[in-house]
Every structure is written in C-alpha cells, then in structure tokens.
Design a binder for this molecule. Sequence first.
Ligand code: KIV
Length: 267
Amino acid sequence: MADKVTAPEIRRMKQRGEKITALTAYDYSFARILDHAGVDILLVGDSLASVIQGHESTLPVTLDEMIYHTRLVARGRKRALVVADMPFLSYQISIEEAKRNAGRFLSEGAAEAVKVEGGVAMRETIEAIVRIGIPVMGHIGLTPQSIHRFGGYKVQGKEKDEKEKIVQDALAVEEAGAFSIVLEGIPLDLAQEITLRLTIPTIGIGAGVHCDGQVLVVHDMLGLFDMYTPKFVKRYADLSAVMTEAVQRYIKEVREGSFPGDEHSFH
Ligand code: KIV
C-alpha cells in the first residue's frame, strides 16, 4: 500500500488506473478503523447532519460543527487523505468567506482538502480556494445542499439537456483546478462519459461502476443507519443487529447477576 495519501497522489491514481476508495468518517474511533483498513480518502461529509445529528437533510449542520468533527477524524488518520465537506452557506455567500472558511478546515480541523458542491456556478469559488493552496474536491449531480431546488432526492441527468448541463458542470470543476470530483445520483453512462472526458478522478456515489473511485456513507454500508437505504447502497455488514444483540446480552447478564464476573473484578 502506498505511503501517506495526498491530493496529487489521488490524481496519479487515475493516471495509473488504480481505483480510489473513499468512505465518510465523523469521529476518531471510526477514522482509525477505516484508515487502518486501508481506505484512501476519509470524507468528513455533511451527511453527519443525518447520520450523527438526526436531521432530515444536510442543511442544518454548521461550519463550527463540521470543523469539530474534522478535527476528531484527523486525529485518527495516519495514511488516508482527510477531506472536509464545506457545509451549506459556508462558501456560497462570497468568495472571501469561502476562502476563510475553507482555510479554517485546514488550520483548525487538520483537513488536507475541502469539498464544495456545484459546477459552473462554483467555478470562481473553487479557483479562489485552490489559488490559496487548498486542494478542492468538486461535487456535482444530485447535490444534497440543493435538495429543495430538485424537489427531493431524485436522480439527475436523465434528460438530454440535464445531461449536457452536468457535463458542463464537470468540465468547469476540472478547469477551476479541483483535484477530483464526486458524481452523485446520475446514470452510469453519463458518469462514464464524464470519467472519460476528465483528467481528474471521478468518485461515484450512485453513479455506477465506471467512475475512477467510489464513496459511501459509512453508516449506510455498515448497516448502522436504517431510516432509508438508497438503491446504490450495498450493506457490507449489519452492525445494528450486532450491536442490538450485544446490548441485549449485557442487559440480561447485569439483570441476572452474571456480569461482572470474577475476571472483571479487583481483589
Ligand atoms: O456528505 C456526504 O457524505 C457526501 C458524500 C455522500 C459524497 O457528500
């Protein structure tokens, strides 16, 4: 396995034809496990608004909360690249605010890159953040911070004009200097076309197998979050069931007096 993953290394992985693996992480213990398992990118996603904070969308999580969780994740990382999601309203108001807030993720959160949603509309913002030395991951397609404009979590880019718009978004993100781009919730043939046209790697979520890499929300793939399971999620474990069984055994043993045993007691 390669040494410390960096933003330039992620670009080189595409050139070498190596698939990129990314998972979300929100705290120290998870970050340590995922990093040790060998994942290339730890994304401190604003999905934490849903899976950690219990909100219905990603919109309510604040910049300070995101920076706090980024710091926890960074402490658990040795090899993976830590990318922090810029939350709603932290980069859309002005380029000055976007630069300052992106910088806080590096100086206070120990992130190594930030992620920004949006294509053509975010071109200048991405350029400005990159120009001050901060690697940017783009994010286009079904961008959750625009959920009210889309009218729900609907696959984007099915119609011809939408397809063309998404291709233009991808090209704008690459031209702005991003080192990679997330493609979310788009048909796999469109993701394939974008992956072939871009020199930066595409990281797919609900965008099919042709992307240069994949990302999933860790709570979804481990079966820790069952409020809803999108079609693109594969459950690699059922940790909810494992935890429920363990907690029920603990409750039973405490109630019947078989825990703590002699081996857990001091003499
Ligand atoms: O917030 C998040 O977890 C994300 C990924 C799903 C791409 O943006």
